[in-house]
Design a protein around this ligand. Structure first.
Ligand SMILES: *[C@@H]1O[C@H](CO)[C@@H](O)[C@H](O)[C@H]1NC(C)=O
Ligand SMILES: *[C@@H]1O[C@H](CO)[C@@H](O)[C@H](O)[C@H]1NC(C)=O
Ligand SMILES: *[C@@H]1O[C@H](CO)[C@@H](O)[C@H](O)[C@H]1NC(C)=O
Ligand SMILES: *[C@@H]1O[C@H](CO)[C@@H](O)[C@H](O)[C@H]1NC(C)=O
Length: 494
């Protein structure tokens, strides 16, 4: 009887210790103790894609981003003018289901392995900072999938990842549909259908798009299994795992559209309280980070996605060195991550770009996106940047190479012209954070012996997008609790 009491006391102590630990990490004070972060590998979806393919896909992606931003502007206006605006909200939300034209055309994205359900079922998903709903291809009671027969011309399935699979909610003990009558379905899930035939019916979506892409399915919650990092740098600490309960998951029973032949769905890293990023970050210190190796790196070099303290914090108690700038997480840009650009300079000279271009309030602004390859600059910024860069490169013979405006015969560099240095591009963010990408991130290898100025023009007014090539060889940490974006240059080898 005395022994029973002791056992009970020990159990209580353990429970208190666990609660204290999770409270500490939830409050953003985690110091990266071993097991306090989860690390996932990122694999390029189409490593062999040409620059021309990437440029084309990036333009489609930019259309998707612009359409979502416009839809959320419309919705905000509708909410301001009338309190009952369900029709307008539904029309606007048709853009919100992230499967519309160009969201996932394939070449610019990264795959991540993800396990969901009990027992855990493994999937290969597109990791996307521009999405709020995680979803997987699904086979349930409803209509069978038909889209797997069509082959994609663009995204060749990567041999590094497993072939597509389907999630079977009936096989998962932890799957729980979200009722359509729930507040989560009606207001938090932005794309759900407003009509609800009975209060127990599942929260569902059914969207078709002009470009023949479509998605139909139901939303529920399930648990996800993630591998915990070892905490000593190195290779992920083996087989320690954590289960995240209550992850919001779309179960897509019918889908069609390019980009989805090689993956099983999307892992949402956007800023939204239903996204996987916010769910995982709430468990692991309120932040996530990723590090992308050079897009031309050999296949065995791995990029990674970390929830919780990054490799810096794990190896020492000192705060991560590097720059930080406020993350703009307001409703106008959700679920995207916006940052404030102060100026762009070439060889130390700040370019003359109107401030509105960088202002979200003037329908400009800048987002950082994991699913865009080439950086897109709104017209005034694009013109200023390519003018300054091309002026410095004027000694080289130009080469025509669609869709780029400025390409150069780099092999001609040796004779005559001497050693022509690539001018130094720098982006100054609010809070004196400065991004100085390596030259290869903006004067890009486009063909053997040919380099191009690797930015694209975006419509003005419109949003500018920092693509993943400009982000490469940097660690980017999204501190959601404290609303900072931190970054620093690194080879991502940890
Ligand atoms: C929603 O309403 C439309 C039109 O009234 C109907 O065609 C559709 O089947 C309904 N969807 C659901 C999930 O009830
Ligand atoms: C999600 O955010 C909305 C407002 O954007 C809020 O009303 C809702 O309560 C939040 N849900 C959760 C689960 O935090
Ligand atoms: C990748 O493979 C090359 C040889 O194929 C090897 O030299 C290099 O060390 C490997 N890199 C990693 C990170 O394993
Ligand atoms: C680049 O210039 C060299 C001569 O300097 C020429 O042989 C080569 O064909 C040119 N390449 C292209 C792509 O124009």
């Amino acid at each position: 009887m005395a022994r029973g009491k002791v056992v009970l006391m020990v159990v209580v102590c353990l429970a208190v210790a666990a609660a204290a630990a999770s409270a500490a990490s939830g409050g953003g004070h985690s110091r990266g103790r071993p097991g306090k972060s989860a690390r996932l590998q990122l694999v390029p979806a189409a490593p062999g894609a040409s620059m021309a393919e990437r440029a084309r896909d990036d333009r489609r992606r930019h259309e998707y981003i612009s359409a979502r931003l416009a839809a959320s502007r419309r919705r905000r206006r509708a909410e301001e003018t009338s309190s009952v605006s369900s029709a307008g909200a539904v029309a606007a939300s048709a853009f919100a289901m992230p499967l519309s034209s160009g969201a996932y055309t394939g070449t610019g994205q990264y795959f991540v392995r993800f396990r969901v359900g009990t027992p855990a079922q493994p999937f290969v998903l597109i990791a996307d900072t521009g999405s709020d709903l995680t979803w997987v291809k699904c086979r349930g009671a409803a209509s069978p999938s038909h889209a797997t027969a069509t082959a994609s011309p663009a995204a060749a399935p990567s041999p590094a990842v497993a072939p597509p699979r389907v999630f079977r909610p009936g096989d998962s003990k932890t799957w729980s549909p979200i009722p359509c009558s729930s507040e989560t379905c009606k207001s938090t899930i932005p794309f759900s259908l407003a009509n609800c035939s009975s209060s127990t019916a599942a929260c569902s979506y059914d969207y078709r798009y002009n470009d023949n892409s479509a998605a139909r399915g139901v939303v529920g919650t399930d648990s996800a299994t993630v591998a915990l990092s070892g905490g000593r740098g190195g290779g992920g600490g083996g087989d320690r795992k954590a289960k995240l309960q209550g992850v919001v998951l779309g179960c897509t029973t019918a889908h069609a559209g390019q980009g989805f032949e090689a993956s099983d769905g999307v892992l949402s890293l956007g800023y939204s309280n239903i996204s996987f990023a916010s769910r995982a970050a709430s468990r692991f210190g309120g932040r996530f980070s990723y590090c992308l190796v050079d897009h031309l790196a050999p296949r065995n070099a791995t990029s990674y996605l970390t929830f919780g303290a990054g490799p810096d914090a794990a190896s020492s108690s000192a705060p991560a060195p590097g720059s930080r700038t406020p993350l703009l997480l307001d409703a106008r840009v959700r679920p995207f991550y916006a940052v404030a650009v102060d100026s762009v300079s070439v060889d130390g000279v700040a370019l003359d770009i109107p401030a509105e271009v960088w202002d979200v309030g003037s329908n400009g602004g800048t987002i950082i996106d994991s699913g865009t390859s080439l950086t897109v600059l709104a017209t005034p910024a694009y013109k200023a940047v390519v003018a300054a860069l091309s002026e410095q490169l004027a000694g080289l013979p130009r080469v025509a190479m669609d869709p780029f405006d400025y390409c150069y015969n780099w092999t001609a560099r040796g004779d005559g012209g001497g050693d022509l240095a690539v001018p130094k591009l720098a982006v100054q963010f609010a809070g004196s954070a400065r991004l100085e990408p390596p030259a290869k991130s903006y004067v890009i290898d486009a063909a053997p012996g040919v380099k191009c100025i690797g930015v694209q023009e975006g419509a003005w007014p419109g949003v500018s997008v920092i693509g993943n090539i400009l982000q490469q060889e940097h660690l980017w940490e999204f501190d959601l609790n404290n609303r900072w974006l931190r970054f620093r240059q690194t080879s991502c080898t940890q």
